[in-house]
Design a protein around this ligand. Structure first.
Ligand code: UDP
Length: 245
């Protein structure tokens, strides 16, 4: 596969075109950003770790009937993906209250959310990724009503699978963000990544509110040992996948 030109550089990944117009190459970077890129840094090895974790999760999701953009991973920090038009939505699923939900509503961190909450944010950096209502989303034509319903169902299905997968890793899935895209046939595919950058993951065996954190909150909140936490998550994912085979 010959790689052509840089198509797009985001905060965590670079996308390249390939000789196949339906295939892109995603290069995962060690760069880390938080708070709408006001905080910037590097998490050593993050590109390889997040690419590996995402690849394993996409493979498992495909085995469970969820269609994703994942094709394969030709090197530790590179993923070949189906070219899709990304919908400008950040789809957040929450099982436990944390982060912006607590800041905006006053709910206590750790409150169990049953049923899980599915939220849509407008993927728009200049506007600060605002929370959308269904009507605003339709008003802005960010997706059709049918797509919103399909995405909500998929997000809940993915959540069920991920809760159980992370539980096998000794990890509690607090919340996570998904992105979806449309392929050339207008088929809805799960895209982007699923990693400690995009999920809140708590070590189930640890009650201490700082020590239990195994995700990007270690970077956001300057908790230290960021690389170790990401590495530990990858090891647990690989063990869980191995124990299934
Ligand atoms: N998230 C993400 N990218 C974003 C915003 C949020 O991956 O641009 C993830 C975040 O890591 C967390 C979940 O979505 O797992 C919910 O994030 P929240 O709305 O609480 O925002 P935050 O507290 O990160 O500002």
């Amino acid at each position: 596969m010959s790689v052509h030109s840089k198509l797009y550089e985001g905060k965590a990944k670079i996308l390249y075109t390939t000789d196949d117009p339906e295939v892109l190459l995603a290069d995962f970077k060690d760069d880390a950003t938080a708070f709408n890129a006001q905080k910037r840094g590097t998490i050593l090895g993050k590109g390889q770790i997040n690419c590996s974790i995402s690849s394993q999760l996409f493979k498992q999701l495909e085995l469970n009937g969820i269609k994703t953009h994942y094709i394969d991973s030709p090197s530790p920090n590179q993923m070949r993906v189906k070219s899709v038009k990304i919908l400008p939505l950040e789809v957040v699923v929450r099982n436990i209250a944390a982060g912006s939900l607590c800041q905006q509503t006053g709910l206590a961190v750790g409150t169990i959310l049953q049923p899980p909450l599915v939220e849509f944010y407008y993927k728009n950096d200049p506007l600060g990724d605002p929370l959308l209502t269904r009507d605003r989303l339709l008003l802005l034509e960010l997706a059709t009503a049918e797509q919103v319903d399909a995405i909500t169902n998929l997000a809940l299905q993915i959540n069920k699978f991920l809760i159980s997968f992370w539980w096998q890793c000794g990890i509690t899935l607090v919340d996570f963000k998904l992105e979806f895209g449309l392929d050339s046939q207008q088929q809805l595919l799960l895209a982007d990544e699923i990693s400690p950058d995009t999920c809140r993951l708590w070590n189930t065996a640890e009650a201490d509110p700082n020590r239990r954190v195994m995700d990007k909150d270690r970077f956001r909140r300057d908790l230290g040992n960021v690389e170790d936490a990401y590495q530990e998550v990858l090891q647990r994912v690989l063990q869980a996948v191995e124990s299934q085979n």
